[in-house]
Design a protein. Structure first.
Length: 249
């Protein structure tokens, strides 16, 4: 039953996440209109909008105009199923609900930054509010961080990332770390505290550098390589979720 529940809720929330990522990226309302085809803008009928299965059934083609459906959507849905399955395995009761909500926030941040290099202020604000409630009211505190330590770590981490970003801008004349990254690590470091902050930054940086190196293989000219970007916020989110999971083993 737990496996079935994780698949069902994972697909439902994965579909919601896919829609939210797209709408945030293009600054559209999250509530209206109903799901529509991005090619011809017709409303998608509910039986053509079943998470993952509609993609398989329609053979990755829209029913309304026979255009290609991006693999982006089923990939998010399957990823969410996997993460929800891990949550059910590691957590129970209120912690399970809180971790599921946290996972949804982090997945949205991961994909909006990965595909659109966007960390939306509203999303960061929701993340901050949830973090305060989860950490200090419900005591979902995987790294046993005190309130004072969390606040100090948040301020120091924001200053570090902001300083690195300004240094990169001064030396390379391009923005290396955006304000969204600064705000995001300020919230994430509330979770990690000082003990896990270095691990968070090191792992996220390694992943970001690896992303740049792999992406640069697609470019030949040096000036194109310099322009390659890396979604640092995506890797901060992924690393936080991974560290929380590892703390439960």
């Amino acid at each position: 039953m737990l496996i079935i529940a994780s698949i069902l809720f994972g697909l439902i929330f994965g579909s919601f996440i896919g829609s939210t990522v797209y709408r945030l990226a293009y600054n559209k309302s999250l509530l209206t209109p109903r799901s529509y085809c991005p090619h011809c803008h017709r409303t998608i009928l509910w039986y053509y909008n079943i998470p993952f299965f509609s993609y398989i059934w329609l053979k990755a083609k829209t029913k309304c105009c026979n255009s290609s459906i991006s693999i982006f959507y089923p990939f998010i849905e399957v990823s969410t199923v996997i993460i929800f399955s891990i949550n059910i395995f590691l957590f129970q009761n209120i912690d399970l609900i809180l971790m599921s909500f946290l996972s949804v926030i982090l997945i949205i941040i991961f994909f909006t930054d990965y595909y659109y290099f966007l960390i939306h202020d509203v999303l960061v604000a929701i993340f901050l509010l949830f973090t305060i409630i989860a950490l200090f009211y419900f005591q979902l505190n995987p790294f046993n961080v005190s309130f004072l330590s969390a606040v100090l770590c948040s301020l120091i981490s924001m200053f570090i990332i902001w300083s690195i970003g300004r240094m990169h801008l001064f030396l390379r004349k391009t923005e290396g770390l955006g304000v969204g990254d600064v705000k995001l690590i300020g919230v994430i470091s509330l979770w990690t505290g000082f003990a896990y902050l270095p691990i968070l930054i090191i792992i996220s940086s390694i992943l970001a550098i690896f992303h740049i190196l792999m992406t640069s293989k697609l470019f030949i000219q040096k000036e194109q390589f310099v322009a390659v970007k890396s979604p640092f916020g995506s890797y901060l989110s992924l690393t936080l979720l991974t560290l929380i999971y590892l703390s439960q083993w």
